[in-house]
Write a protein of this length. Structure first.
Length: 297
């Protein structure tokens, strides 16, 4: 009698076939799910024969895996923070803040996000009270994609006048004509999409509560004194060439502005060059200003 024919799955076929290009190896959804379940200690009902361990033992094993991963996450964040230290004078962080920070940070797995949390931790060591619990909670709830979007927006943030709040400059209104960043015609425009910040990204930041949803405009900019504008540590002064010039912008929320400060100055040089080029068409622009100009604008 012929023995029953063995059924070979698609994954087994792929595994048996010699391959020289690893990138062509395809994993089925079932196999990927099984790999994740095994790694998380949740594959008991997928195994044949069924495991002898009790539900309690399996739960304790999964708890052990989780605790080990959380400990690894925290130790990596501490190591990144230590590497960022430059022997600055330290303060004494609040014990309650430290407890809540570690409770949130233990579930941060992505290395780039771990580096961001380590920068926050280092800053709190130097200046206790610099980061609110609300900002930490918003950051914890962000996905990696959302955090990357915010970091791109933060690298374009500026402030102007005596108001130090963080803003995302869109363009300017002059003599009744609005030159913003989303019109396609004209050589005088800066397009945020060129810096991976399209309008859909702005809507995402608004939904996250990091950017206020209303487009704003400044008061009319006076000819004298010049209006100071700070962009990522660069000091600029602008004077309008004609009456009626106003800047158009979005404002970061208090939490968004707080996170911007935590990220520090990380200028996008291409954006800076294009911003100066845009402003120079309707303003007299002075760059590398040594000190802030006093203004009431």
């Amino acid at each position: 009698m012929n023995s029953p024919q063995k059924i070979i799955t698609k994954d087994e076929q792929i595994k048996e076939q010699p391959t020289h290009k690893k990138e062509h190896y395809v994993v089925s959804s079932a196999r990927r799910l099984t790999e994740i379940a095994v790694k998380q200690g949740l594959a008991a009902k997928l195994q044949t024969p069924k495991p002898e361990e009790t539900l309690l033992k399996r739960a304790l094993y999964r708890e052990k895996l989780l605790r080990e991963q959380q400990q690894q996450n925290l130790e990596q964040i501490i190591k990144f923070a230590y590497d960022y230290c430059n022997d600055e004078t330290a303060g004494e962080p609040d014990p309650d803040w430290l407890h809540r920070f570690f409770e949130m940070a233990k579930d941060i797995h992505d290395p780039s996000m771990q580096r961001l949390w380590s920068q926050i931790f280092k800053q709190e060591i130097i200046t206790p009270g610099s980061t609110s619990m609300k900002a930490l909670k918003v950051l914890k709830d962000m996905t990696q994609r959302e955090a990357q979007t915010f970091q791109r927006a933060a690298s374009l943030a500026c402030s102007f006048g005596q108001d130090n709040s963080k803003k995302l400059l869109l363009g300017y209104k002059c003599a009744g004509t609005l030159f913003n960043l989303y019109k396609t015609e004209g050589p005088q425009l800066v397009h945020l999409g060129n810096y991976k910040l399209p309008y859909s990204s702005l809507l995402l930041l608004i939904e996250l509560g990091l950017l206020l949803g209303t487009e704003l405009e400044s008061g009319e900019i006076e000819f004298e004194p010049a209006l100071p504008l700070q962009y990522q540590g660069k000091n600029i002064a602008i004077k309008p060439m004609q009456k009626g010039a106003r800047l158009v912008y979005y404002r970061f929320s208090p939490t968004g502005a707080e996170l911007c400060k935590l990220l520090g100055n990380k200028p996008n040089e291409n954006y800076y060059d294009n911003l100066i080029s845009l402003l120079s068409q309707k303003f007299i622009v002075e760059t590398d200003v040594k000190k802030t100009i006093s203004t009431t604008a």
